[in-house]
Design a protein around this ligand. Structure first.
Ligand code: SAH
Ligand code: SF4
Length: 393
C-alpha cells in the first residue's frame, strides 16, 4: 500500500519531445477560438490562453513565422511545448511560372500528394490572388476544364489560408519585426475563383476567410475578398451572414434551357431561384455589387438578345457583369466568341447601366481554364480588353 501522506521525493521532469510528423496539429487555418482550444488542450493555462493566442497569431499571420523557437516574446519552455504539439505549415510550392505580364502561377502540393493551382495577378498598386477551394469539382459545367476532373477532396482551412501565405512568402511580403510597416499590399485582394466550388466546402472556406479577414495578421477586409459560386442557392444567404465577403456568380446564360447545359446545377436551382437568393445578398452582407460572371461562347450565349435578357433578369440587383472570353481546352465543345461580338454584348450591358468589364486573359484565366497556357493572340488582345474594361467601369 502506498502512503498518501508520504512526501513526494521525486521531481517530475517533462522533457519536450516532438510527436511524430502528422500527429502534431497544424495551427495554420485555425480560427482564434479553435487556436485557443488547441493551446488549452496542450496545457496552456486558461487564464493565459487569450494572450497566447494574440501573440502566436501575430507571429504566424503578421510576421509569417514558421518556427516556434523564434517567437521571442514567449518563454523558452513554452516555445518547446508548442513545438512538441504543433506545426506551422503551408502547402508546398511544386513549381512557379511567371508570365510576361507578371502573373505568377503556383502549382501547390497538398497532403496526400494532390495538387491545386494558385494564381497571383499583379495590378497597378494592388494585386489579386486567385485561390482554390477543392481538388477538382463535383459539378460538371460543360465549358470548364475542372468540371471534367472528379472531385478528389475538399481543401482544409489551413490549405486555403496557406495559399495566401505561400504567395506572401514568394513575394517577400511579410514585415520584418522592428522595422516600419510597409503599407503597400502586394496581395491586396483574394478571389475564390480557382479550382472547385467554394460553397460545397463551406465551413473550411468560411474559417479560412475568418483568418484572412481578422483585423490582426493578414487583415484583408471582407470587401477585398470575392467568392465565386456556380449557384449553390442554400449557401448564399449563409455566405452573406457568416462570411460577408463580396459575391460573384457564374451566371453564363439567360434561359434555363441554356443554363441547364452550361451550368448543370441550374437543374437543381434555376435562374429564378438563384436570382431571388441574389436579391437578398447585398442587404444581408451589407456589401456592394454582385459580380455576374458570363463566359462568352460563340453562338451559344452571346447574342444581342441574350444581352438584353440578361439586363432584364438582373434588374434591381446592384451588379456588374464580368465578361469572360472563353478559354479553350483540348476537347472543349465550345469556341470563344469573336471579339466584336464580345464588345457588342458589353455595349448593350453597359448602356443599360451596368459596368461590363471584359476579363483579360491573364493568370486568372489560365487558372479558370485549369492548365490553359496563354497564347500570343490572347496577350495581344489584352490591351484592347483593358481599355474596354476601364471604359465599362
Ligand atoms: N466553381 C466556382 C469558382 C471557380 S471557376 C464557380 O464556378 O463560380 C471561376 C470562373 O471561371 C467561373 O465563373 C467559371 O465559370 C469560369 N470558367 C471556367 N472554365 C472556363 C473557361 N474554360 N473559360 C472561361 N471561363 C471559365
Ligand atoms: Fe466546378 Fe466552377 Fe468549373 Fe462549374 S465552373 S465545374 S462549379 S469549378
Amino acid at each position: 500500500m502506498t502512503d498518501a501522506t508520504a512526501p513526494i521525493t521525486q521531481d517530475v521532469i517533462t522533457i519536450p519531445r516532438k510527436l511524430p510528423e502528422g500527429s502534431r496539429t497544424n495551427l495554420v487555418g485555425l480560427t482564434r477560438e479553435q487556436l485557443r482550444d488547441a493551446l488549452i488542450g496542450a496545457g496552456t493555462p486558461e487564464k493565459q490562453a487569450k494572450m497566447r493566442v494574440g501573440q502566436i497569431w501575430q507571429w504566424i499571420y503578421h510576421f509569417g513565422l514558421r518556427d516556434f523557437a523564434a517567437m521571442t516574446n514567449l518563454a523558452k519552455d513554452y516555445r518547446a511545448l508548442l513545438a512538441e504539439h504543433f506545426t506551422i505549415e503551408v502547402p508546398e510550392v511544386v513549381s512557379r511560372q511567371i508570365s510576361a505580364d507578371g502573373t505568377r502561377k503556383y502549382l501547390v502540393r497538398i497532403a496526400g500528394g494532390h495538387e491545386v493551382e494558385t494564381v497571383y495577378i499583379p495590378e497597378e498598386g494592388r494585386g489579386t490572388l486567385c485561390i482554390s477551394s477543392q481538388v477538382g469539382c463535383t459539378l460538371t459545367c460543360s465549358f470548364c476544364h475542372t468540371g471534367t476532373q472528379k472531385l478528389v477532396r475538399n481543401l482544409t482551412a489551413g490549405e486555403i489560408v496557406g495559399q495566401v501565405m505561400l504567395a506572401r512568402d514568394d513575394l517577400g511580403e511579410w514585415p520584418v519585426p522592428g522595422e516600419p510597416k510597409d503599407e503597400t499590399r502586394l496581395v491586396s485582394n483574394v478571389v475564390l475563383m480557382g479550382m472547385g466550388e467554394p460553397l460545397y466546402n463551406f465551413e473550411n472556406v468560411r474559417d479560412a476567410m475568418k483568418v484572412v479577414m481578422d483585423n490582426e495578421g493578414l487583415t484583408l477586409s471582407r470587401r477585398r475578398i470575392t467568392l465565386s459560386t456556380s449557384g449553390v442557392v442554400p449557401e448564399i444567404a449563409r455566405t452573406a451572414e457568416e462570411i460577408g465577403c463580396l459575391l460573384a456568380v457564374s451566371f453564363h446564360a439567360t434561359t434555363d434551357e441554356v443554363r441547364d447545359k452550361l451550368v448543370p446545377i441550374n437543374k437543381r436551382w434555376n435562374i429564378k431561384t438563384l436570382l431571388d437568393a441574389l436579391r437578398e445578398y447585398p442587404r444581408l452582407s451589407n456589401s456592394e455589387r454582385i459580380t455576374f460572371e458570363y463566359v462568352m461562347l460563340k453562338g451559344v450565349n452571346d447574342s444581342d438578345a441574350d444581352a438584353k435578357r440578361l439586363v432584364k433578369l438582373i434588374a434591381g440587383i446592384p451588379a456588374k457583369i464580368n465578361l469572360i472570353p472563353f478559354n479553350e481546352w483540348p476537347g472543349a465543345p465550345y469556341e470563344r466568341s469573336d471579339w466584336e461580338r464580345i464588345e457588342a454584348f458589353a455595349d448593350i450591358v453597359y448602356k443599360a447601366g451596368y459596368a461590363s468589364p471584359i476579363r483579360t486573359p491573364r493568370g486568372e484565366d489560365i487558372m479558370a481554364a485549369c492548365g490553359q497556357l496563354k497564347s500570343a493572340t490572347e496577350r495581344a488582345r489584352k490591351s484592347r480588353a483593358e481599355i474596354a474594361a476601364e471604359a465599362g467601369l
